[in-house]
Design a protein around this ligand. Sequence first.
Ligand SMILES: CC(C)(COP(=O)(O)OP(=O)(O)OC[C@H]1O[C@@H](n2cnc3c(N)ncnc32)[C@H](O)[C@@H]1OP(=O)(O)O)[C@@H](O)C(=O)NCCC(=O)NCCS
Length: 176
Amino acid sequence: MTFTNPETGVSLRKFKLEDKQGLIELANNPNIAKNLRDGFPHPYTEEDADNFIQSSIESEPTTRFCIEKNGVYVGNVGLHPDSDIYRKNAEIGYFIGEPFWGQGIASQAVKMMVEYGFKELKLHRIQAGVFDYNVASRKVLENAGFEYEGTAKEAIFKHGKFYDELKFGILNPYEK
Ligand SMILES: CC(C)(COP(=O)(O)OP(=O)(O)OC[C@H]1O[C@@H](n2cnc3c(N)ncnc32)[C@H](O)[C@@H]1OP(=O)(O)O)[C@@H](O)C(=O)NCCC(=O)NCCS
């Protein structure tokens, strides 16, 4: 399963077992891990890559994609569906390998993932929580049409310090 935007050269495609080394090269980076939940491993080992790719391949419907730019694997984007009374929502998560930052790739990939989440997964709402200092990620979400909904003061505890969490959300425009 692959989605391509011919204008930008950005594609989302399902993971393959052969993505393992590429994933480790992109993901094993403290500049990425410091902006994500502790569940994102650092260092990022072969076992982490095996587990991630295996569960991504098995998941149906697909909720995690490789991001490619002109056929080169440059990052990951995923939707994590919520449960119970929040079951119509999903949290979006993403990273781009550091050599590829600042080319508009995350903004394009998040837009494509949001379309997929609303049209194919029929989600009602997609949301994200951003560390207060992560200006690039805030812009990615705004570029993809998300609205800033508020700040959860010192909700994040990462590497021994508290950070405010900025909440962003977008509602499905295709439902009505
Ligand atoms: C956040 C991240 C995904 C951005 O990826 P990217 O492909 O470089 O993003 P884009 O190129 O689409 O840039 C989006 C905007 O941020 C700006 N930007 C990029 N890096 C920036 C930086 N270090 N500081 C400030 N602004 C920055 C871009 O200029 C662009 O601004 P514009 O909309 O005004 O043109 C990437 O830096 C990353 O993977 N970071 C680590 C993981 C992470 O933070 N994930 C998100 C967790 S919520």
